[in-house]
Design a protein around this ligand. Structure first.
Ligand SMILES: CC(C)(COP(=O)(O)OP(=O)(O)OC[C@H]1O[C@@H](n2cnc3c(N)ncnc32)[C@H](O)[C@@H]1OP(=O)(O)O)[C@@H](O)C(=O)NCCC(=O)NCCS
Length: 160
């Protein structure tokens, strides 16, 4: 499935992902993470493992939102797990167009009591993004608690 920008970004509407969307959700996560280069440390799981995890764990057990263009091409994914922004990824061709902002606003509307999330210390663009959206730094770690063993930052958001 292609992830290229069709020019119909204005039509992008987040909807709850169902099991049939597992491939599209996985495409966005895998390709976005790969495109992030050094900003996001290499994952410890194969693409096949990621696809299996999305199909058997993430979509059945978590709140998954998929943003698509008018031609049903996947543009962005938001995964909420209790008060955690568990995943937020925009397709590489579509970053910087406001889609991530729409997804984080959706997250706030779904969790008005507050949100938290982890981002890697190396992911400075994401940190800028979260700070602009009212998140603040709660803690910084040496990475010993995550799979990649890479230093990360926990951001929190509380409604003003
Ligand atoms: C981080 C991420 C989710 C943000 O989503 P996004 O769609 O790129 O975010 P937005 O477009 O809403 O805002 C980001 C940038 O676009 C700009 N922007 C916002 N709305 C815009 C618009 N309508 N037109 C042009 N630019 C816009 C912002 O000023 C910002 O610029 P900056 O990077 O110079 O600070 C996305 O870039 C991404 O998936 N990155 C790779 C994966 C990742 O890091 N995920 C987070 C893991 S914790």
């Amino acid at each position: 499935m292609g992830l290229s920008h069709s020019g119909s970004m204005g039509a992008a509407t987040p909807r709850r992902a169902v099991i049939e969307d597992a491939g599209a959700v996985a495409d966005v996560l895998i390709l976005s993470r790969r495109a992030a280069g050094d900003a996001i440390p290499a994952g410890v799981h194969s693409d096949a493992e990621v696809r299996e995890w999305i199909r058997t764990v993430v979509i059945p057990q978590r709140e998954v939102w998929l943003m698509e263009d008018a031609d049903s091409r996947p543009l962005g994914v938001l995964v909420l797990d209790e008060d955690w922004v568990d995943q937020l990824y925009v397709a590489p061709a579509c970053t910087g167009m406001g889609l991530g902002s729409r997804l984080i606003e959706l997250a706030k509307s779904r969790r008005p009591a507050g949100l938290q999330l982890w981002t890697f210390v190396t992911n400075t663009a994401a940190q800028r993004f979260y700070l602009r959206h009212g998140f603040t730094v709660a803690e910084t770690t040496d990475g010993s608690g995550n799979e990649e063993k890479a230093p990360d930052i926990r951001f929190v958001w509380t409604a003003p």
